[in-house]
Design a protein around this ligand. Structure first.
Ligand code: PHE
Ligand code: FE
Length: 296
């Protein structure tokens, strides 16, 4: 399946800006990237690699190097796919942007990772609300080379297909897990906190905030607790959850979630900034600068 690449703008509706979902798989239009597109990639790549020294987990940097990603030019999906084919068997597919949930889950369940083909404009260097190629490629793709994380992503996709058939609440529970692990997860290595979440590694501000700020909570990974926790989509997170290893993530998420969804359906959600007595607290956040409007 392939179609002409087309930049999809978000549409203003009575619910605010919502992404237009298109399911088309597109070939990466590599020759159409402008000098400015390559320069944007280079600026972001250099800046993040510099900030992430000593902040990102070992696997993130090592695997980015194994892929041969560099500031020199926007990577070709084809070349990254050659590396993946020889290792964890994942495949990158080009997409316009966010996909309908079930389509997204189905891709992951089949070890296909959707990557947005376009890169942000220069005025969006520091912040862009929707995922672009920098977030997807720089942020998500490196850990697909890690065998345990690669399996976790596939298991998540299968779990998503399953949750889709359970209830809307089950999907909310599962989405929170993705948010607090794949997008905003921290990991402990050699006694120190490091970043593995893609939403953090692709953001200059949050790379520093997530590890160094006294404002957010940093709490040990706890599956059901995370599935009950609301999150922020428009500010830095109020809480980060810390895993000890990717194996821990894999083991904790192996059980059938269907009974867990049923149990959680009777329980309230927690606001994003809550600390519970049962939490393993690495840092209790000061809450400084926290938004007071509702969490997602
Ligand atoms: N074990 C989960 C289920 O039965 C699937 C899953 C695995 C979800 C890994 C998330 C991550 O639904
Ligand atoms: Fe993402």
């Amino acid at each position: 399946m392939s179609s002409e690449p087309r930049r999809v703008e978000n549409q203003l509706t009575d619910k605010g800006y919502v992404p237009v979902y298109t399911t088309a798989v597109v070939d990466q239009p590599w020759d159409s990237y402008s000098t400015q597109d390559h320069a944007t990639w280079a600026t972001l790549f250099r800046r993040q690699r510099d900030i992430l020294k000593g902040r990102a987990c070992d696997e993130f940097i090592d695997n980015q190097e194994r892929f041969g990603m560099s500031a020199e030019q926007i990577p070709r999906f084809e070349e990254l796919n050659e590396v993946l084919a020889k290792t964890t068997g994942w495949e990158l597919i080009g997409v316009e942007g966010l996909l309908p949930e079930l389509t997204f889950f189905d891709h992951l369940a089949n070890r296909r990772f959707p990557v947005t083909w376009w890169i942000r404009r220069p005025d969006q260097i520091d912040y862009i609300a929707e995922p672009d190629m920098f977030h997807d490629l720089f942020g998500h793709v490196p850990l697909l080379l890690n065998p345990v994380f690669a399996d976790y992503m596939q298991a998540y996709g299968r779990g998503g297909v399953k949750a889709h058939g359970v209830s809307a609440e089950a999907l909310v529970n599962l989405t929170r897990l993705y948010w607090y692990t794949v997008e905003f997860g921290l990991i402990r290595q050699r006694g120190e906190l490091r970043i593995y979440g893609s939403g953090i590694v692709s953001s200059k501000g949050e790379s520093i905030h997530s590890l160094e700020s006294t404002s957010p909570n940093r709490i040990g990974f706890d599956l059901k607790r995370i599935m009950r926790t609301r999150y922020r989509i428009d500010t830095y997170q109020k809480t980060y959850f810390v895993i000890d290893s990717f194996e821990q993530l894999m083991d904790a998420t192996r059980p059938d979630f269907v009974p867990i969804y049923a149990e959680l359906a009777r329980l309230d959600s927690f606001p994003a900034g809550t600390v519970l007595d049962s939490d393993r607290v690495f840092q209790r956040g000061s809450g400084e600068g926290w938004a007071t409007d509702a969490d997602a």
